[in-house]
Design a protein around this ligand. Structure first.
Ligand SMILES: NC(=O)c1ccc[n+]([C@@H]2O[C@H](COP(=O)([O-])OP(=O)(O)OC[C@H]3O[C@@H](n4cnc5c(N)ncnc54)[C@H](O)[C@@H]3O)[C@@H](O)[C@H]2O)c1
Ligand SMILES: O=c1ccn([C@@H]2O[C@H](COP(=O)(O)OP(=O)(O)O[C@H]3OC[C@@H](O)[C@H](O)[C@H]3O)[C@@H](O)[C@H]2O)c(=O)[nH]1
Length: 343
């Protein structure tokens, strides 16, 4: 039976899969749905899942922040399907596993239409849990370090209940993800659904939107374009940055393992935003200026995962250090921006 290290675990068996599930269009052992699979983390996850010839992968995405470009190597592949679909609408397909990622992740995009962000987190997660219930599929939710809010505990472990503003401009996302976690556990306890919850900490890497608005993509694009790096005040706030290949490895181990989570997946290396800017400057463009600009409300002042649980239960820890990951992302950004390194 799955465990999460506390008492919130169901003893009910998961529902029987629908007989339709056996009607596969390809002789694959596992049909896997990735919601939000056209996005940054989702498309890297799809690449990894497609490497296994026993997997069929179905992506659903509404392309709000994702792009078909991220999946272009798979379009037309017999084990791959791409469906334009919004998870706030019901989805009737037959699957064995669901990686539920669909949700804008950058604060700029999740604040753009906050009501839609809540709908995506609440109705979207309800729909995917309904699909899991009908098909007997195991479902993994990509929750977030933002469930800890502006944390009073440092580093954050999974027992911490968080310090979240329920009526602030970030609430559509952080409270939305908290409700999504609640729904996952209620479906687990009430219906025996096999659930997995990952609490993801800031992740970066190739394929992030150039105008995504998150700090690593902003600084790298600014450094390449010879624009000043915009450190939001006070600049001493911290984050922990995980390279995307490590993240995908952690998510797959969680899905395949026996633990419901929630489990933190992130890199415990902690940097202030000024330190991040200095690293980007040194590695990518030593001439670039660093300036400070106004911040946005409710910005968490510190964030660092305690990954003891991931190490013990998943045998997982990140391998790529920030100073090794940044140049890999630079190469991808230079290619897309068409700006090569000065000699
Ligand atoms: N990248 C991070 O640092 C980070 C940190 C914590 C949690 N997460 C979570 O991981 C997941 C993926 O994040 P990402 O960084 O790849 O972001 P992303 O914005 O690149 O990807 C999200 C994808 O979801 C799609 N989407 C959004 N709303 C949808 C809807 N209603 N219906 C269908 N598709 C929809 C978008 O078009 C996009 O392709 C998100 O759930 C996010 O909350 C990411
Ligand atoms: O140009 C910038 C952008 C951002 N920042 C700062 O960088 C820090 C990180 O901001 P980001 O926008 O990258 O992301 P956040 O850490 O606030 O949220 C992130 O982490 C948790 C995930 O769930 C979210 O999906 C993700 O956006 C903040 O303190 C912000 O003020 C800058 O200093 N300059």
């Amino acid at each position: 039976m799955a465990s999460n290290g506390n008492n919130h675990v169901s003893t009910k068996p998961p529902p029987e899969p629908s007989p339709l599930r056996k009607a596969k269009f390809f002789q694959a052992n596992m049909r896997i749905l990735v919601t939000g699979g056209a996005g940054f983390i989702g498309s890297h996850l799809v690449d990894k899942l497609m490497q296994n010839e026993k997997n069929e992968v179905i992506v659903v995405d509404n392309y709000f922040t994702g792009s078909k470009d991220n999946l272009k190597q798979w379009i037309g592949h017999p084990r791959f399907e791409l469906i334009r679909h919004d998870v706030t609408e019901p989805l009737l397909i037959e699957v064995d596993q669901i990686y539920h990622l669909a949700c804008p992740a950058s604060p700029i995009f999740y604040k753009y239409n906050p009501v839609k962000t809540i709908k995506t987190n609440v109705i979207g997660t309800l729909n995917m849990l309904g699909l899991a219930k009908r098909t007997g599929a195991r479902i993994l939710l990509t929750s977030t370090s933002e469930v800890y809010g502006d944390p009073l505990m440092h580093p954050q472990d999974e027992t911490y209940w968080g310090n979240v503003n329920p009526i602030g401009v970030r609430s559509c996302y952080d409270e939305g993800k908290r409700v999504a976690e609640t729904l996952m556990f209620d479906y687990h306890r009430q219906h025996g659904i096999e659930i997995r919850i990952a609490r993801i900490f800031n992740t970066y890497g190739p394929r992030m939107n150039i105008d995504d608005g998150r700090v690593v993509s902003n600084f790298i694009a600014q450094a390449i374009r010879d624009e000043a790096l915009t450190v939001q005040l006070p600049g001493t706030q911290t984050r922990s940055f995980c390279y995307v290949s490590d993240m995908v490895d952690g998510l797959m181990r969680l899905m395949e393992g026996d633990n419901t989570g929630p489990i933190n997946i992130g890199n415990p290396g902690e940097f202030t935003m000024l330190e991040l800017a200095e690293n980007v400057k040194e590695l990518i463009n030593p001439e670039v200026k660093i300036i400070t600009v106004e911040n946005t409300p409710d910005d968490p002042q510190q964030r660092k995962p305690d990954i003891t649980k991931a190490k013990e239960l998943l045998g997982w820890e990140p391998k790529v250090k920030l100073r090794d990951g940044l140049p890999l992302m630079e190469e991808d950004f230079r290619g897309r921006l068409g700006i090569s390194r000065k000699k």
